[in-house]
Write a protein that binds this ligand. Sequence first.
Ligand code: F3S
Length: 423
Amino acid sequence: MRLTNEEQDFLDGKHGAILRKTMETLVRYGDMYDAECLVPLDGPVHLVCSFGMPALKPLSRIMKEMIDAGIRTKLPFTADPQPLDYENVTANQQEQEMYQLLYGTQKEYESMLAKLGLKDENAYTCACYFDEVGNTPKFGDHLAWAESSAVVYANSILGARSNRTSGVMEFFSGIIGKTPKFGFLTDEGRKADWIIELKTSSLPRPQILGSAIGMKVVEKVPYIKGLDQFLGTELTPAVKDYLKDMGAATASNGAVALYHAENLTPEAKKDGAGLIRENAPVYIIDDAELERVVKSYPILWADLNAKPERAFVGCPHASFHQLTEWTEIFEKALRETGSDKVAVDTIITSAPDVIAKFKETEHYDRLLKTGVKVSHICPLMYMSNPLCAKKSIITNSNKLRTYSTARYVDDETLVNLVVKEGF
Ligand code: F3S
């Protein structure tokens, strides 16, 4: 990899041993992918590792060494959600003891993040790109992020440029303020490998469409034709929410880091079909294909007829617009069934800054009246507790379904289930 004199100085140890090792790691990483050079980051990093696990000792050791040497990230960074919120996501004594084993060093870890440059105590969310949070990249920005749902959002909807880096690598990039240039940071790497032709009778559920695309193209770049017939050509808040949830499913059911949606996402609007590689294969998605995909999901509950014990909505974290929308959906369902409150413990997860804004609206009290709670946690971290994984949890998130024992249900089914308490 071509290095500037300034970068070579880091590699030669002129800025100390810690920054030498940090730079050497980035250079080796870049060399592995035939990167041509390092490029300056245009925005803050976003740390995927937001949980203090005793098992992550090597990372803690590195962070402690950096703190002792007064090293911080170049820009204040954001991080994935915190794992626990007993006020809104209750846990019994045994479960809490298990969480203590899992996330026993959470406080210490958070205090290290603060010293290393965490933006503020509200910076914990996977949707750092929300306006309320403020880590919102611009078109063309070079980034080094690892959180899969955030990378696919930044690349596809905002037109920023990030590889799906690893947890430690994004942190090191944030310290040096640079990242190796390869893959999605290059024009060539952003070309579409697949054409997706949408031939459904109506707008598909984003979670299922994303799942179908992810499973087919895996880590390749899809160019989606036909979404604009349902979503229009403008990135309104509702359209961005749709694409956020669809993208997270492509990134978790496959490993998609970038998609283009014809006439909709910024690069597709700018370059159109010129983005598609020659001889790109075509995947046609119709109603039957989506049905096949949904039927292929395994259900990991011990008792398939169990009553749901808890429902999670908001993976990735719900936007302000979605919190408002869900309030009205639950209110309507309760009115129709003549009930006051949901019958199943239901939690919508969102970013702390978004929740703070939501709390200032009348919708917040209205949502609480339905019995639904709002929390800032990551539901997957909740499900990582083996005692909680045994529970009958439902979710409308295909990402949560993929990585845990939670059972996927679509939005309408979820609402029916939590209002009526059973299948
Ligand atoms: Fe976010 Fe956790 Fe889902 S990090 S995308 S809420 S798995």
